[in-house]
Design a protein around this ligand. Structure first.
Ligand SMILES: Cc1ncc(COP(=O)(O)O)c(C=O)c1O
Length: 398
């Protein structure tokens, strides 16, 4: 039964600024977040300017560099870093690969990771194994609700040089105790690389306080920016260890002596689409100033808990997400159907979630609660999952 809950006026007002969430119950920021109207306006304005004034007229080139640094500064402010420690990227995967390829490896070096990671980390690790003989040690952390720190500590050996893992697990929704893992990394003098694909914009992040070495983030998920945007944080005192591999104009200064750019812009790869960067800036500023980051984080987690509690009561459903270590992701499986089928059945009822299917991670259907969701949508989702599984169970009996 779906009980009617009044919509918070702030939620109602903000939802009007995010058209995609009005059409369906949009519960998929874990893949791509919805775009706000300010993103459309910024894109139209920037693209229109290029169209009408020309793309490179005097001042535009220099302005582009300042524009890129400005969005890096906005991100730095949101995530507790110095602007100079933030590079723009085109995706989380690009940031992860850049750091992994920019370090100097020797055969037999080890990277400790977990059994819940995304291919954006596992693929470059496989390449490092193939190319340099780097060994991956996979700590089995289960679904991420138990002694994650202990499992990681137990996997560290004398040849370990790095811990690399996600802050929020895409495959179970578990939020790992990152500050403790960073302390462990420091104790063993290891580099800590973090995949922040599911954390940036979903949970509070204070990079300096966490004490991580490098942290890769996407712009298109919980930060509601366009695709092909993202950030890579590298802590300043790690610049000497991370030597840029993929070079562009801004990698070095203009002296011709291979002197690296003094900022993390040295880690930027390829060129950036100016209107996308301006759109990202508009989306971030809107999230920070109009939505409010603390409010958004609290609401995402509250709706996540509501969703977890409701779905935990649905027969035939396994909720993999550890309830005491979660925020807005809730990962599900059922013996009655494949996650893809559950996703399709929910979409037919006006609810958008998605499945994640990449070994060694568990194959699941994943709900991502956004601050834009209403309590009614969460309850409707819970009821719909219950009905779909009831029907499937009856069909199985018949
Ligand atoms: C944990 C994790 N890492 C990396 C990615 C890939 O992100 P991007 O498309 O920004 O490279 C995703 C998203 O799908 C993810 O969930």
């Amino acid at each position: 039964m779906v009980v009617e809950v009044a919509i918070d006026p702030k939620v109602e007002r903000l939802r009007q600024q995010v058209p995609a969430v009005l059409g369906t119950g949009y519960l998929n920021a874990g893949t791509n977040g919805p775009l706000p109207l300010v993103a459309r306006d910024a894109m139209a304005e920037a693209f229109g300017r290029e169209l009408e004034i020309g793309r490179i007229v005097p001042g535009v080139y220099e302005g582009g560099f300042a524009r890129n640094r400005a969005v890096a500064a906005t991100a730095a402010g949101m995530f507790g870093a110095d602007p100079d420690e933030i590079a723009l990227s085109h995706s989380t995967g690009e940031g992860m690969s850049a750091v992994l390829m920019d370090l100097r490896w020797e055969a037999g070096d080890e990277v400790v990771t977990t059994n819940l990671e995304h291919p954006c980390l596992l693929n470059p690790l496989a390449l490092l194994a193939h190319r340099f003989g780097v060994v991956t040690r996979m700590a089995d952390v289960g679904t991420g609700g138990g002694d994650v720190l202990g499992a990681i500590a137990a996997a560290i050996g004398p040849r370990t040089r790095m811990i690399a893992l996600s802050h929020v697990m895409w495959s179970t929704g578990a939020v790992v105790p990152l500050a403790e893992i960073a302390a462990l990394a420091r104790e063993h003098r290891l580099f800590l690389l973090v995949d922040g694909a599911q954390s940036a914009g979903q949970i509070p992040i204070d990079l300096h306080r966490l004490g991580v070495d490098a942290y890769a983030m996407p712009g298109q998920k919980w930060l509601c920016g366009p695709e092909a945007t993202g950030f890579l944080y590298v802590r300043r005192d790690r610049f000497a260890d991370v030597a840029p591999t993929f070079l562009r104009y801004a990698t070095f200064d203009t002296s011709g002596y291979l002197i690296p750019n003094p900022t993390a812009a040295r880690y930027e790869i390829g060129e950036f689409f100016g209107p996308a960067i301006e759109t990202q800036q508009a989306a971030l500023t809107w999230l920070r100033d109009e939505v409010g980051l603390e409010w958004a984080y609290a609401r995402i987690a509250e709706l996540g808990r509501r969703c977890h509690a409701g779905l935990s009561r649905v027969p035939h459903l396994i909720v993999l997400t550890p309830p005491d270590r979660m925020a807005g992701l809730v990962n599900l499986s059922t013996p009655l159907m494949r996650p893809q089928e559950l996703v399709a059945a929910l979409f037919a009822r006006g609810l958008t979630i998605r499945y994640v299917d990449s070994r060694p991670c568990p194959v699941t259907a994943r709900v991502a609660t956004g601050w834009w969701n209403t309590e009614e949508e969460i309850d409707r989702l819970v009821a719909a999952v219950g009905e779909i599984l009831d029907d499937a169970a009856r069909a199985g009996e018949g």
